[in-house]
Design a protein around this ligand. Sequence first.
Ligand SMILES: Nc1ncnc2c1ncn2[C@@H]1O[C@H](COP(=O)(O)OP(=O)(O)O)[C@@H](O)[C@H]1O
Ligand SMILES: [Mg+2]
Length: 235
Amino acid sequence: MISLKKVTILVNNKTILKDFNYEFDENKVYALMGPNGSGKSTLAYTIAGHPSYVVKNGEIKFRHRSINNLTADKRAKKGIFLSFQSPLSLNGISVFQLLRLALSGKEEPLAIKRKIDRIAKQLKIKRELLSRPLNEGASGGEKKKLELLQAAVLNPKFLIFDEIDTGVDIDALKTISKFLDRFKNKRTMILITHYNRILKHIKPDKVLVIKNGQLVKEGDFTLPQRIEKNGYEKI
Ligand SMILES: Nc1ncnc2c1ncn2[C@@H]1O[C@H](COP(=O)(O)OP(=O)(O)O)[C@@H](O)[C@H]1O
Ligand SMILES: [Mg+2]
C-alpha cells in the first residue's frame, strides 16, 4: 500500500533516515518501535509529507504511484492520515470547524456533526471539549482522543498513530485501544509505540524496530514482549 524504496531523509541538512526500504501491505497493522531519536516520527512525518522532512533520495509510493512530489494536503486527500505525537492547539478553530473544512464538498455539515457526536461518545470525550478551540487546554490523553476522533471522522485508508498511548491514563488507554481494535478493519495502520500494553489489545501483524534511522529487526507480536524485558541493546 505504501512503499519506501531507498529513502533518505534530511532534516535541517542532517541525514535521519538512510536508504530506508519497506513495503506496508494493505489492511495490516504494524507496530513501529525503537529507542528515542531513532527516526520513528521522522518516518511518520515523511510519509505524511511534512515540508521540513526532505526526501533526498528514493521513492515513496502510495498504491503504486509516487507521492514524492505531493504536498501533505494532497496526501491527506488520498487517504493518508497522521496522528501527531504532540498535537498542536489550533487558534480559534474547533474540531468541528476543522473537519468541516477538511470534508467540504464531500459531507454535509450536519452529517459531520452527528458523526463527531457519535464517535466522541464512544471515545468518552467530554462534550465541552468539542466546542473549545482544538486541543486548547486539553490534557495529554484528551488530545490523543481528539486525534483519534479526527481519524475516525475522516475515515482514511492509511493511518499512522505516533505514540497515541503516551501520556494517557489507564482508563483512556483502554478506551483508545478498544476503539482502535474495531477501527483497524480494512485499514492499514502503523502504531508507533514504546509499550507493549497497547499491542496486547491490538495485536499487530508485524513489529518493526528502527535504530539510528535504519530498520534493524522485523518480528511478530511476541517481539515487543522481548523488547520490554531486555531493552533494545540486544537487537
Ligand atoms: N527539526 C529537526 N531538526 C533537527 N533534528 C531533528 C529534527 N527533527 C528530528 N530531528 C532529529 O532526528 C532524530 C530522529 O528524531 P525522531 O524521528 O523524532 O525520533 P523518534 O520519533 O524515533 O524518537 C533525532 O536525533 C532528532 O533529534
Ligand atoms: Mg517520536
